[in-house]
Design a protein around this ligand. Structure first.
Ligand code: ZN
Length: 258
């Protein structure tokens, strides 16, 4: 492995380190999640500081180190200013939500680019639609992305057939079983002992199926019922909690909006 490398990455988090330095958690295109030491960046005079804000997309030049890899240089690729400048702060909180969830779900290094590309696609769509679509719809879009990421990570709830009797889902009264991960039909619900579930409407099941099969851009162009979207967001949020095994702090802020 060479001593220096270049890649493109999104800054997820930063924290102070020693007297003058900062550590950055970066979700990179080529190496998955990496932690980079940026010497001197706690000082206002550091020339790198203007490129090192959370959720900036940057081109990175780094050197491998014994403890942390060191950030040698970087250039700004995109800063998602529409989301940052959204006066309601909803865009800012969406970025915080994405940062928290991505940091929690993406573990270690990966050579696949699919999840990283999906995140860039989502950010471009949010940046374009932040002043056009409703806040509930934008949160729905982020949760379609979150559901897709869970699927890519191997968590694929059964949403086409009943988990118990394996019959195709009739759009009647179904429940989502969080413990087993999927839909249980009305008949099986009467005979199964299910502890952790919610009743899901036909619209929510359709949204879950759509989130597995369609692109993010397809979702944004569809009309959705307000209650279905709200419940879809709740289902995905709960799935994230189960997978992350810890609370998602940024969701409290988003819930004040929609
Ligand atoms: Zn059944």
């Amino acid at each position: 492995m060479s001593k220096t490398y270049t890649t493109t990455g999104l800054i997820l988090k930063r924290r102070d380190y020693l007297e003058n330095d900062r550590l950055f958690i970066v979700y990179s295109k080529d190496f998955g999640k990496i932690e980079l030491l940026a010497k001197g960046t706690k000082k206002i005079s550091s020339k790198l500081n203007s490129y090192l804000e959370p959720f900036y997309l940057i081109k990175i030049m780094a050197a491998r180190g014994k403890g942390f890899d060191k950030l040698a240089n970087c250039n700004l690729v995109k800063s998602y200013q529409n989301l940052r400048n959204d006066q309601s702060l909803f865009g800012f909180y969406l970025l915080n939500y994405l940062s928290e969830v991505t940091d929690g779900l993406i573990v270690g290094q990966t050579l696949k680019h699919d999840k990283f590309q999906l995140l860039l696609e989502l950010l471009d769509l949010l940046e374009e639609k932040i002043n056009q679509a409703s806040q509930l719809k934008l949160l729905g879009l982020v949760n379609v992305y979150n559901f897709k990421i869970l699927n890519l990570l191997g968590y694929q709830p059964e949403i086409k057939r009943c988990l118990n009797c394996h019959k195709g889902i009739l759009l009647t009264k179904n429940i989502f079983d969080f413990r087993q991960g999927g839909i249980i039909c009305e008949d099986c619900k009467k005979v199964c002992l299910i502890e952790d579930y919610i009743l899901v409407s036909d619209g929510v099941i359709k949204l879950l199926q759509l989130a597995q099969e369609k692109s993010l851009a397809d979702f944004i162009s569809l009309e959705n019922h307000f209650d279905d979207l709200k419940q879809f967001n709740q289902v995905v949020y709960k799935l994230l909690l189960i997978n992350l095994e810890k609370p998602i702090k940024s969701v409290d802020f988003l819930n004040n909006f929609c």
